[in-house]
Design a protein around this ligand. Structure first.
Ligand SMILES: *[C@@H]1O[C@H](CO)[C@@H](O)[C@H](O)[C@H]1NC(C)=O
Ligand SMILES: *[C@@H]1O[C@H](CO)[C@@H](O)[C@H](O)[C@H]1NC(C)=O
Ligand SMILES: *[C@@H]1O[C@H](CO)[C@@H](O)[C@H](O)[C@H]1NC(C)=O
Ligand SMILES: *[C@@H]1O[C@H](CO)[C@@H](O)[C@H](O)[C@H]1NC(C)=O
Ligand SMILES: *[C@@H]1O[C@H](CO)[C@@H](O)[C@H](O)[C@H]1NC(C)=O
Ligand SMILES: *[C@@H]1O[C@H](CO)[C@@H](O)[C@H](O)[C@H]1NC(C)=O
Ligand SMILES: *[C@@H]1O[C@H](CO)[C@@H](O)[C@H](O)[C@H]1NC(C)=O
Ligand SMILES: *[C@@H]1O[C@H](CO)[C@@H](O)[C@H](O)[C@H]1NC(C)=O
Ligand SMILES: *[C@@H]1O[C@H](CO)[C@@H](O)[C@H](O)[C@H]1NC(C)=O
Ligand SMILES: *[C@@H]1O[C@H](CO)[C@@H](O)[C@H](O)[C@H]1NC(C)=O
Length: 414
């Protein structure tokens, strides 16, 4: 009996010892002054995305000397490390966005399959070293969009887009679809029925369980010409310019301008921009790979303009005012001349020569012999006596009206 008691006592003692040891151990862990806290135990990241391992750390009052991040591929205590503040600075792949105080977050850029695994943070203080052994595990998922057919996506057709996550089990309702970055649908499958140009865009999918998105799948719905219009873009003097515009995907290949004539229509041009030669009703027709469309009619009115007149009319229109102007100038000049003539001699009026002494004598040039001229010309020398007290009637008139010097002139006689 006592034997049973003894065994019981020993067992109890052993049990108590284990409990005590466990308690001590737990106290040691819980009450440790050193700690690294990874906010997430595991993170799923889409291939090609950037992911942040959120992390904080704690230590007694001493100063932090070094911080480092290790990956499970190497020794988490001794390295080599993927980041080490003193030895291995930021790389294009791993960027330490934390600090040396309490934030130990790490950013991993352009995640690849080889980046999966457990990451641990280690820090060295002036007193001790510590590694947060629990770590944070990265799972890499390859998200892809697949289409149910490979035909050209034209208006009215339908297509099914499926988001496929390779290397991780997914709850199918965990998928989200984005079009040009805006959330449009939930679920693994996105069905686009009776498509129109409004369905075109960049599609991506993502999983609620993972960071990042799939690569872009471009949906480009093709359609024939729409909203075809003919309009007047400029009116410059007599030149009116019309332009034909239309929306089509792929773009319009051919433009044709028509002029309506007696119930039918005539082809007048083959470019999008066109300058009609005369007024009338015009419209354009556009053609692309997926069809053709006609614009509504645009009415062109040619205003009476300069170039519309025949050439001789334009000549008359230019010459008449010029001629009138010339006549007017002549008349004014004549009137002024006539008024002046009433007070001055005829010679002064007609002659505009600077040196009037030789005004009325023909100038002999070297070719002409003097003999020849002497036969024809007889020079009469005259002496003009001037009495300042007794002036001639003409002189008196001149001085009374004009204070200019009196001009003497030699008169030749034939
Ligand atoms: C990291 O944690 C902080 C604090 O909880 C939070 O505000 C922040 O959004 C987290 N960042 C990421 C990338 O998870
Ligand atoms: C690493 O990048 C972070 C954020 O860009 C910056 O704050 C830090 O100073 C960089 N560290 C080194 C060692 O270059
Ligand atoms: C750590 O710092 C980074 C960059 O400043 C910040 O995004 C992150 O939220 C911080 N983490 C915590 C847990 O405070
Ligand atoms: C579409 O074409 C790609 C290659 O061009 C091929 O890998 C894919 O299997 C095709 N999909 C279908 C549904 O035919
Ligand atoms: C999938 O997740 C949704 C919530 O996200 C949940 O309601 C549903 O029951 C889950 N389905 C399966 C099969 O786990
Ligand atoms: C497809 O869409 C066009 C307008 O975008 C509409 O007129 C037509 O009725 C639709 N067809 C079907 C089958 O829903
Ligand atoms: C779609 O993506 C392409 C490049 O992949 C870009 O050039 C284009 O601007 C994007 N379109 C929209 C509407 O975001
Ligand atoms: C045609 O014009 C309408 C109204 O302005 C517009 O809603 C529609 O998007 C246009 N269609 C195309 C293909 O540009
Ligand atoms: C009218 O203008 C258009 C462009 O503005 C030009 O191409 C065309 O040659 C001009 N026509 C005449 C007759 O001046
Ligand atoms: C556009 O107009 C031309 C000339 O009148 C005609 O032959 C053609 O059938 C029209 N096209 C359409 C799509 O209405």
């Amino acid at each position: 009996m006592w034997f049973v008691k003894l065994i019981g006592a020993v067992a109890s003692f052993h049990c108590n010892m284990t409990k005590t040891l466990m308690l001590l151990f737990l106290m040691g862990v819980l009450c440790s002054d050193y700690e690294v806290d990874y906010l997430k135990e595991s993170i799923c990241a889409a291939k090609g995305s950037s992911v942040i391992i959120n992390c904080t750390f704690r230590y007694p009052t001493e100063r932090v000397e070094d911080v480092m991040w290790g990956h499970e591929r190497s020794d988490i205590f001794n390295g080599p490390f993927i980041y080490q503040n003193t030895l291995m600075p930021n790389s294009s792949k791993f960027e330490y966005i934390g600090d040396k105080e309490s934030n130990c977050s790490l950013k991993i850029h352009q995640v690849e399959s080889t980046d999966k695994g457990k990451y641990t943070f280690r820090f060295v203080t002036t007193a001790d070293k510590w590694t947060g052994q629990s770590g944070s595990t990265i799972n890499v998922v390859d998200l892809n969009i697949v289409l149910n057919h490979n035909q050209t996506l034209t208006e009215g057709r339908s297509v099914t887009l499926t988001c496929i996550a390779i290397s991780i089990r997914h709850n199918s309702s965990a998928f989200i679809w984005f079009k040009n970055g805006k959330r449009v649908h939930e679920g693994a499958v996105l069905q686009l029925n009776n498509m129109s140009h409004t369905n075109s865009g960049n599609y991506t999918c993502s999983s609620k369980m993972c960071v990042g998105t799939s690569g872009i799948k471009r949906i480009d719905v093709e359609y024939g010409p729409k909203n075809t219009s003919a309009s007047i873009i400029s009116v410059m003097s007599s030149n009116i310019t019309l332009v034909c515009s239309s929306h089509a995907n792929p773009p319009v290949e051919a433009y044709t301008w028509f002029k309506t004539a007696g119930g039918g229509s005539l082809v007048v041009a083959h470019q999008s921009v066109f300058s009609p030669a005369d007024g009338g009703q015009y419209f354009c027709s556009v053609t692309s790979k997926h069809g053709s469309q006609n614009s509504s009619i645009v009415k062109v009115e040619m205003k009476a303009s300069w170039t519309a007149f025949p050439r001789y009319v334009r000549c008359v229109l230019i010459i008449t005012p010029v001629a009138l102007l010339l006549i007017l100038i002549t008349v004014i000049a004549s009137i002024r001349c006539y008024k002046k003539r009433r007070f001055t001699s005829k010679i002064e009026c007609e002659e505009d020569v600077q040196d009037p002494i030789y005004a009325n004598c023909p100038v002999f040039n070297n070719n002409q012999t003097q003999e020849n001229n002497e036969e024809n010309l007889e020079i009469v020398y005259a002496t003009v006596n001037f009495d300042t007290k007794r002036k001639t009637h003409m002189e008196q008139q001149m001085t009374s009206h004009d204070d200019d010097d009196i001009i003497y002139s030699v008169v030749c006689r034939k």
